[in-house]
Design a binder for this molecule. Structure first.
Ligand SMILES: Cc1cc2nc3c(=O)[nH]c(=O)nc-3n(C[C@H](O)[C@H](O)[C@H](O)COP(=O)(O)OP(=O)(O)OC[C@H]3O[C@@H](n4cnc5c(N)ncnc54)[C@H](O)[C@@H]3O)c2cc1C
Ligand code: FES
Ligand code: FES
Length: 508
């Protein structure tokens, strides 16, 4: 059973337990089950039941909490909303956990976010409300004048079946008009300081200077701190499960009831999350989250905005990594079509060294890739575009926000003198892996960029894929829409379609 203790010591020596901050107290846990979720801990161990369980798979947002960490400077805080239902408890080590109960004002009234929800009639049954409040709290702390699109995006991971979203969106605008005393609005231990400086100080107190290693019965959890240490740990435990954001792995546990014996968590390897630019590439560390990677990618490939803004929801993007998406290799994963069309490669690392592989060659079969035991994706190398390169990507799904693709198609196109100098096309949802449309590419390369060439490309596209029918879409829909997206590309490049796909989904 997990022991819970509030402590005040600043001892940072090697420990086989985890520490985090909750309501200003440092909490230390012993004998932690590595795959116990933060939500289970809150509700079952602490009986802190404000945080709800709806789906237990990251979809509904009822379990949303906020995590605070020291920012890059080490002197400030960075806050992010996450889904506690798929967040494993040991990943809290070194962080501050903020739940809906933390928005406590010592009898001074409701937090501005809560007050705005009340004023705007934003809640009915209350099951979803704590999650909405926490997503709005994360927005409140990160932006002071969000646009309608920012608000829609902040709420994309929260479902409500009762009120509809209009009053909740109204609360998101109204919360800024309610006077607040900033960080004082969080519950703190009696008599202690509440400033950001105090909270930074508490996080410094629990900062770890050695790697975390936990054992619980047959289960083990390792959190190395350098890439070399990560490679050595995986060399020693080649059958371990590599845990990054856990947005796929969390569901293996909560939905598939899988037992994970040895877990190696990569979230503490700071250098592994780095994003750098070299002369010809954007180098994205294997553990970079989507929230960090998206702005860097959009700087070079702005046309990916529509697709990337529809990748899951902020709480998922805050933890999900690009490396995890590529490694998981789902045929309907959204990053791979764009990466593959762009000509990306991956650097694979192990204790024996590194090797680089074109993403085209990484997938062998349905969720079978080229990684060998002990290997991991160290970084993704995305070529920087030439002056005439355009990279388009379209995601088709039943719901606009937070839905899995039926089809995702990406095109890297270079035109010269009105002809196709080069085109690379990669599609998800049309085969057992994300895959290039090579017949289609060949049918168009070197030809004038005209309706006739598009028609030839669409015909050849049918030779590239034999999609299947499943609950998301029929085979016919998949093939036809894959062909029609090529036509959409053509119309967009001619300027005939200027509206963002985003505008088809919701308000501008
Ligand atoms: C609600 C919800 C919505 C989602 N929406 C989308 C969506 O819109 N589009 C989409 O494509 N996906 C979506 N996903 C799936 C998921 O978020 C992504 O696949 C995500 O990128 C996985 O990254 P992660 O860091 O969470 O990986 P994890 O869950 O930690 O790991 C996934 C797999 O990758 C392996 N792995 C992780 N990192 C590495 C590495 N560096 N080297 C080698 N192996 C590694 C793990 O061992 C595991 O096999 C969604 C998931 C949820 C729960
Ligand atoms: S319970 Fe639904 S997202 Fe966590
Ligand atoms: S008020 Fe949100 S589900 Fe009812």
């Amino acid at each position: 059973m997990t022991a819970v203790a509030a402590i005040s010591s600043s001892d940072t020596s090697a420990r086989a337990n985890i520490r985090f901050v909750l309501d200003g107290e440092i909490v230390e846990l012993d004998d932690v089950d590595p795959t116990r979720t933060v939500l289970q801990f809150l509700r079952e161990d602490l009986r802190r039941t404000g945080t709800k369980e709806g789906c237990a798979e990251g979809d509904c947002g009822a379990c949303t909490v906020v995590l605070a960490e020291l920012d890059g400077s080490g002197n400030g805080l960075s806050l992010k909303a996450v889904n506690s239902c798929i967040q494993f408890l040991p990943t809290l080590d070194g962080k501050e956990l903020i739940t809906v109960e933390s928005l406590d004002l010592h009898g001074n009234g409701l937090h501005p976010v809560q007050q705005a929800m009340v004023d705007q009639h934003g809640s009915q049954c209350g099951f979803c409300t704590p999650g909405f409040v926490m997503s709005l709290f994360a927005l409140y702390k990160s932006q002071s004048d969000p646009s309608r699109r920012d608000i829609d995006d902040a709420l994309a991971g929260n479902l409500c079946r009762c009120t509809g979203y209009r009053p909740i969106v109204a609360a998101a605008s109204a919360m800024y008009d309610i006077p607040a005393a900033d960080d004082d609005w969080l519950r703190q231990p009696h008599g202690s300081g509440v400033s950001v400086t105090d909270r930074v100080e508490r996080l410094r107190q629990i900062a770890r200077d050695s790697s975390l290693e936990l054992h619980h019965g047959k289960r083990a959890f390792f959190a190395p701190r350098t890439i070399d240490e990560l490679a050595a740990t995986l060399d020693a435990h080649p059958d371990a499960t590599i845990l990054a954001g856990g947005t796929d792995i969390g569901l293996w546990v909560t939905k598939l009831q899988r037992e994970l014996e040895t877990v190696v968590y990569v979230g503490e390897v700071k250098e592994f999350a780095a994003i750098r630019e070299s002369d010809a590439h954007l180098e994205i560390g294997g553990a970079a989250t989507f929230s960090d990677a998206i702005p860097a990618i959009l700087e070079h490939y702005p046309l990916l905005d529509d697709m990337l803004s529809r990748f899951a929801s902020p709480p998922i993007r805050n933890t999900a990594t690009l490396g995890g998406n590529v490694a998981n290799g789902s045929p309907i994963g959204d990053s791979m079509p764009a990466l593959m069309a762009a000509g990306a490669s991956i650097v694979i690392r192990s204790a024996d060294g590194s090797r680089e592989l074109a993403l085209d060659d990484f997938y062998h079969d349905y969720q079978v890739n080229d990684l060998r035991p002990g290997e991991f994706i160290e970084r993704i190398r995305l070529p920087l575009p030439g002056p005439d390169t355009r990279l388009h990507c379209y995601k088709l799904s039943k719901r606009f926000d937070q839905d899995i693709s039926a089809v995702c198609a990406a095109y890297r196109l270079e035109l010269e003198d009105g002809c196709v100098k080069s085109i690379r096309i990669a599609c998800g949802g049309l085969a057992v892996t994300v895959k290039r449309a090579t017949h289609c590419e060949q049918a168009m390369t070197g030809r004038p960029w005209t309706e006739d060439t598009i028609a030839a490309g669409m015909a050849a596209f049918a030779r590239d894929f034999e999609p299947i029918t499943d609950m998301r879409a029929s085979a016919e829909y998949r093939l036809r829409s894959g062909q029609n997206l090529l036509r959409r590309l053509y119309l967009e490049t001619r300027g005939d379609l200027t509206e963002s796909v985003y505008l088809y989904g919701r308000h501008g």
